[in-house]
Design a protein around this ligand. Structure first.
Ligand SMILES: [Zn+2]
Length: 143
């Protein structure tokens, strides 16, 4: 088990069956990223790309992903931040912190979903509304 300190990136369409340690595979097609855990345990870590999940920054040479990668469900419980291709190890989170982080994520996702539902709702103006609007505008301008 060798810990990885640098993460190279590969833009791929589909993820290859055999992943190489130290490489972050990015599929824009499927909106996801995958890499082998940087601690060297060999587990695959999937970080989906979405406004509510992870964001990828590509500066033309290296990649950064945000927020940090916390593999709380893996035995290694690795937690690191990938900035400009470098793996910066972060503190192990307590169960309480993990729970808080998850709750926050869920809250963000729930509010995003709500917003989407609101946006999807068709805006319909009933004829009466239209009339009342006209009356109101008429009053406003004393027509
Ligand atoms: Zn690991």
């Amino acid at each position: 088990m060798t810990a990885v300190r640098k993460l190279d990136h590969r833009f791929v369409e589909v993820v290859p069956p055999e992943l190489v340690s130290g490489i972050l595979y990015v599929s824009l097609e499927y909106g996801t990223m995958i890499h082998l855990c940087c601690c060297g345990c060999g587990n695959e870590v999937v970080t989906p790309l979405s406004p509510n999940d992870w964001k990828l920054t590509f500066d033309g040479q290296t990649v950064s992903i945000h927020p940090s990668v916390g593999s709380w469900s893996l035995p290694c419980r690795s937690h690191y931040v990938i900035t400009r291709g470098r793996v910066n190890w972060a503190d192990d989170w307590t169960e309480e912190q993990v729970a808080k982080g998850r709750a926050r994520d869920q809250a963000i996702k729930a509010s995003a979903k709500q917003l989407e539902e609101v946006r999807l709702e068709p805006v319909q103006m009933l004829p009466e509304d239209r009339k009342s609007w006209r009356t109101r505008i008429g009053r406003l301008f004393r027509l």
